[in-house]
Structure formats: structure tokens, C-alpha cells
Design a protein around this ligand. Structure first.
Ligand code: PLP
Length: 465
């Protein structure tokens, strides 16, 4: 049995954590002084911490616990699979039933010709696979110079060197020599922050046209693929104007550019369909999946590949793979997660119950003096904090200060809501009930009120000029 347990006093656990555990995307020293919050168990949409608080998880972990916490079925399947076949690889002409069954199931759920899956253990790994897949595809077809991948600023595609390069997060690029060569970032379709005087429709077209401009500038013969999240998640739940995706699709079709939809957040019900591509009307050649695939119960991800790309890649040896590609326990758990999503009609619950209730609650927050736009698709939503709704003004202080204050007040109200600079985002478990959504709205409003009071007291409600 483990020698460190939940029963140690919080302070002791925090001290041990600070002494030995390096946290992702965290200023370690600052956290060590403050002490990390210790989560001890979870059920449904609620987390419990070592101080006895019950916290409503508006983020489903990191956008992943789609089915909600504490499903014993998934634990049982994991235990059973570990006993029967805890591990075997899929490298050397071997396979096993969990990987076969999951691949077949995913092919059944995906649209059109997306019938093949290359497994990984995370979204980052899957996007690294995609870099090699699309470049190998074109090289095999005799066009090795077709290797530039176009992505977007403020996109999130993972944190490995490859996927972090695909992503467009400047603070990540500043550390460790990213991006790798032959990746170009165009602007994001973030109308609220960057739309200026254009209507959302005009802005959507203008941002999509940037893809065409890069293709013309670099030469069509050098562009391998365009990658994007159907809706940017970690960038702040940026929902593109309606005009954006049809224009992107037209451009990809016209110039024969492979389209990679990063479905790591949007996939598995988040937008009300199995995939965000369906919600946004996109026809990708490759989809990246992870997170909701197993509802976070096991680390698993993958690249779903269309027939044509799979055929070309399969014509030679693809020198790529992970020890845990198609891990039997992770595959079995993902399969059970999908079985439950289907058997319990959870997508129906999203479409008919949860998403409409969430939408109402979310838009109601729009009357708050701090809140600019409120936007939502399915079960992912964001709102802009602003000192002036009419002019869509930013704050005069450093970007993210208001957002951080708001997130701290959410924490204090036992609500997990994340901030991306000065946008607040939510992405709750799909199984959330209307009552729980109401409770979430109450806590969010208290947090916004408290945030407003604090900003006012500190004279921080001034718009940037
Ligand atoms: C989280 C995320 C990733 C990275 O997935 P990891 O499992 O953290 O490696 C990639 N793409 C998108 C859109 C994500 O949200």
C-alpha cells in the first residue's frame, strides 16, 4: 500500500508536493509558497479536496472527463483487462482484441472515409504522429518538398516539441527553441479581440483568406497540410464566425492541402455531435483525438486517418510508433467509455437537455457589468471580461490580471472555471444536470460580483486606450 495517503494533513502533503513534484504550466516557486489544492476524490461533476470542500468542476478536469467522475464500469473493465493481458505491443506484426475493437468502433463513429487509426497515449503524441504522417504522405507521392504545415496563432495542439510547434502559443515557443522548421502560423478567427470594425462575417472571411495568402506566397507545391481545432479550446473557446470554416474548406480543397482537424477537445460529444467537424461542417483528412476518447480515465489518443492517406502510408514502412500505441488497458477503457456514451444516450442528453440549459445560464451572465460577449457551442463556452462592453475594450492593466482574479474568486466559490488571459471558459462533464448547471451559474455570478468589487477597489476597471 502507498505510504503517503489522503489522511496526512494538508500542510504536510503540500510541503511534500512542493519539495518533489514539478507541476505543468506552473510557476513552481510561487505555488510552493501558496500550497497546491489537494484533490482527493470525485463523483459525477463534483471534486472533493483534502479540506472537505465540494467543488463543482466546470472544466471536466482538463476538458476530458466527458462521462463524469466515478464510473465503476470503467474501473472494472480496467481491472479485468489488466488481469487478462496487461500489456502487449502492436509493433512487430502482433495485435490484440482491445486495440482491434476500439479501432473498429472509432471507424464506425467517424464520418466518411476516416476509417483508420494510429494510436498514441495523448493528444501531443498524436499530433507529432500527424506531422510525420502528412510529410511522409507527400514524400511517398513523390513530392518531398510539400512539407510546410500551416497552423494558427493561439492554437493549442500539445506540449511536445512537435505539437508545441504546431500550436501557436507564444509563451511556449519562447522556451526550448520552438517552433521546428516549416510550420507557419496565420491569425486566429477571434472576432471579439481582433475583429476591429469588421462584422464577424467579414472578419471570418478575411482570416480564412490568410490561409490562401500563405499558400500563394510559399507556393502550393510546398504546403502539406493545415491544422486547426474546429473550435479553439485552450486558446479561450474561440468560436469562429459562420463564414470561416466554409472558406477554409474551399481553400484546402482548391489547393489539395490536407486538412487536419484537432478534435482532442471537440471530439466525443463536446459540441453535441461525435466530432466537432460535424458541428462545424468540416471534412478533414485526419482527425486528432484524445481527452474525451477515454473521458480521461486512461491516457489514450490517436490520429484518425482517411482511406487515401492510410493507403499511401501503408505502401511502405512508417518508421514511427509508441511503446503504448493501442495499449490494451487504455483501449479497453476507451471502448467501455464509448459504450456508456452510446447506451446512456449522452449525446442526446447534451443536445436536448444539458446544452440548452447551459446556453441559457451562460447568456444570462451577459448582463453582468464585467461581461462582454458570451459564446457557446454545445458544452464548451467562454465569456470575455471587459471594462467596456460597447467598445469591446481590453483592460488598461496587463492582460490576464482580471481573468486571474475572476478564477481565484471561482475557486473561493468552489467552482472550477479557467481563465485564458481575460476570457473565462467552461467545459463541464457532458452528464451535468440542469440543477447542477443552475448551481454553476450561481457560483459563477458570485465570483463575477466579487471580482468586480476587487477590480473596482483597486481602480482596475479602466479600459486600455
Ligand atoms: C489537450 C490538447 C492537446 C494535447 O493533448 P495532451 O493529451 O495533453 O497531449 C492537443 N490538442 C488539443 C486541441 C488539446 O486541447
Amino acid at each position: 500500500m502507498p505510504t503517503i495517503t489522503n489522511h496526512l494533513p494538508t500542510k504536510e502533503l503540500q510541503a511534500l508536493d512542493a519539495a518533489h513534484h514539478m507541476h505543468p504550466f506552473t510557476a513552481g516557486g510561487e505555488l510552493a509558497d501558496k500550497g497546491a489544492r489537494i484533490i482527493t476524490r470525485a463523483n459525477g461533476v463534483y471534486l472533493h479536496d483534502s479540506e472537505g470542500n465540494e467543488i463543482l468542476d466546470g472544466m471536466a478536469g482538463l476538458w476530458c472527463v466527458n462521462i463524469g467522475y466515478g464510473r465503476a464500469e470503467l474501473a472494472d473493465v480496467a481491472a479485468q483487462q489488466m488481469k487478462q493481458l496487461c500489456y502487449y505491443n502492436t509493433f512487430f506484426q502482433t495485435t490484440h482484441v482491445p486495440a482491434i475493437a476500439l479501432a473498429q468502433k472509432i471507424a464506425e463513429l467517424t464520418p466518411d472515409k476516416l476509417n483508420h487509426i494510429f494510436f498514441a497515449s495523448s493528444g501531443s503524441e498524436a499530433n507529432d504522429t500527424n506531422i510525420r504522417l502528412v510529410r511522409t504522405y507527400w514524400a511517398t507521392k513523390g513530392k518531398p518538398e510539400k512539407k510546410i504545415i500551416i497552423s494558427r496563432k493561439n492554437a493549442y495542439h500539445g506540449s511536445s516539441v512537435g505539437s508545441g510547434s504546431l500550436g501557436g502559443m507564444t509563451p511556449m515557443h519562447e522556451q526550448g527553441g520552438l517552433p521546428i522548421p516549416d510550420i507557419i502560423h496565420i491569425n486566429q478567427p477571434n472576432w471579439w479581440a481582433e475583429g476591429g470594425d469588421k462584422s464577424p462575417e467579414e472578419f471570418g472571411i478575411a482570416k480564412a483568406k490568410e490561409l490562401e495568402e500563405v499558400i500563394m506566397g510559399q507556393g502550393e507545391n510546398r504546403i502539406a497540410a493545415f491544422i486547426a481545432e474546429p473550435i479553439q479550446g485552450a486558446g479561450g473557446v474561440i468560436i469562429p464566425p459562420n463564414t470561416y470554416w466554409p472558406e477554409i474548406q474551399r481553400i484546402c480543397d482548391k489547393y489539395e492541402i490536407l486538412l487536419i482537424a484537432d478534435e482532442v477537445i471537440c471530439g466525443f460529444g463536446r459540441t453535441g455531435n461525435w466530432f466537432g467537424s460535424q458541428t462545424m461542417g468540416i471534412k478533414p483528412h485526419i482527425m486528432t483525438i484524445a481527452k474525451g476518447l477515454s473521458s480521461g480515465y486512461q491516457p489514450i489518443g490517436g490520429s484518425i486517418v482517411c482511406d487515401e492517406v492510410a493507403e499511401v502510408i501503408g505502401s511502405g514502412e512508417f518508421n514511427h510508433g509508441y511503446t503504448y500505441s493501442g495499449h490494451p488497458v487504455a483501449s479497453a477503457v476507451a471502448l467501455e467509455n464509448i459504450r456508456l456514451l452510446e447506451e446512456e444516450n449522452i449525446l442526446d442528453h447534451v443536445r436536448k437537455v444539458a446544452a440548452p440549459a447551459l446556453k441559457e445560464m451562460w447568456h444570462n451572465l451577459g448582463d453582468h457589468p464585467l461581461v462582454g460577449e458570451t459564446t457557446i457551442v454545445g458544452m464548451m463556452a467562454s465569456l470575455a471580461l471587459t471594462p467596456n462592453k460597447e467598445s469591446r475594450a481590453k483592460f488598461a492593466m496587463e492582460a490576464g490580471t482580471a481573468g486571474f482574479t475572476c478564477r481565484e474568486r471561482c475557486f473561493a466559490n468552489n467552482l472550477i472555471m479557467r481563465h485564458v488571459y481575460d476570457r473565462m471558459v467552461i467545459s463541464p462533464p457532458l452528464v451535468i444536470t440542469p440543477e447542477e448547471i443552475k448551481e454553476m451559474g450561481k457560483r459563477a455570478r458570485s465570483a463575477l460580483d466579487e471580482c468586480y468589487t476587487i477590480l473596482k477597489e483597486h481602480n482596475q476597471l479602466k479600459p486600455a486606450t
